[in-house]
Design a protein around this ligand. Sequence first.
Ligand SMILES: *Cc1c(COP(=O)(O)O)cnc(C)c1O
Length: 383
Amino acid sequence: MRKQRPETIAASRGIGEDRAFGAVNPPLFLSSTYTFSGYATPGQHEYSRTSNPTRSLLAETIAELEGGTAAIITSSGMAALNLVLSLLRPSDLMIAPHDCYGGSYRLIQQKAERGHFRVRFLDQNDPEALALGLGQRPKLVLVETPSNPLMRIVDIAALATAAHEVGALLAVDNTFLSPALQTPIALGADLVVHSTTKYLNGHSDVIGGAVVAASASEGEQLDQWANITGVTGSAFDAYLILRGIRTLHARLDVQQRNAAAIAAFLSSHPAVERVHYPGLHTHPGHSIAKAQQRGYGAMLSFELKGGVAEVRHFVESVKVFTLAESLGGIESLVAHPATMTHLGMGAEARAAAGISDSLIRLSVGLEAEDDLIDDLGNALSNL
Ligand SMILES: *Cc1c(COP(=O)(O)O)cnc(C)c1O
């Protein structure tokens, strides 16, 4: 049989395979422990920290969607990144984006401070800074593309080649697009990190993560370390995330169509200074995004004309959008990075990363396009 398309993988893995009762939907196995079939003979599963049928099905599905050999399901996106960082030794150097997810920045920074490894944060679109960093022979390069909240694009294939030339592994945080819109392993990445909290689950009711490995040996190493440290995700969460994945492609189709319409609307609005959306021809990463993505996603950010007073008025005026952190759910959210997601970064680091106080981030959901645009239009007209 020819290889199945991603939509089929997402909708069908585990369906109709229950041998106990013929349940069409794969059952949820909450049991923490499993019967040995006899003396010194464990069955397929032994203890749920190590492996669990529900979590294994989710892992296989995510690995297949990402085109990897194995996936490890963790209790959060941060646990997934922490698992990847466990590959590093104290003398090893890693390169991370200077504008990475705030929680990732904090984790990497604090582990480096404690001597777990060395780190250089740099602008991966600055060829000189990148060459300098790679010249120090890092062991790991972490990429986030599109980046949060400015939606900067990094050329994954080019960076994978450059990283491999100096003997580094390339890990890509694929949270913002999901495998529906970007598959980094096909572009040369060794590892893919996810916060499944976002698009993979898609319903804002789970915290979860995953690491996908291109090679079996790294997959095994990470799997063992996840068991040793106990960062594996719960069966119930795995069940919910798998349920979310069933509709991943359908959701993103509509959500990114809404996002593109909103980006176009905001681009021509007099109260808006600038829009950051990779689907716009004016976006500096547009051509790379077009080449390496299968769509431009449903995240965007924009700068309002004016300052914090206008921002405050805007976020208090929207009614369809909800003021909250996180992203990737079926509901539309608005966030103000300077006082919410990127507050902990400090004003200086925010300025260096180009995150102004008038920047607003949108996670676009499944509501009707016209209602979303009316909502934004109303909030903008009252400024
Ligand atoms: C949310 C997020 C994380 C962290 O994931 P959690 O599930 O919240 O631990 C990491 N990277 C990116 C890009 C994210 O958006």
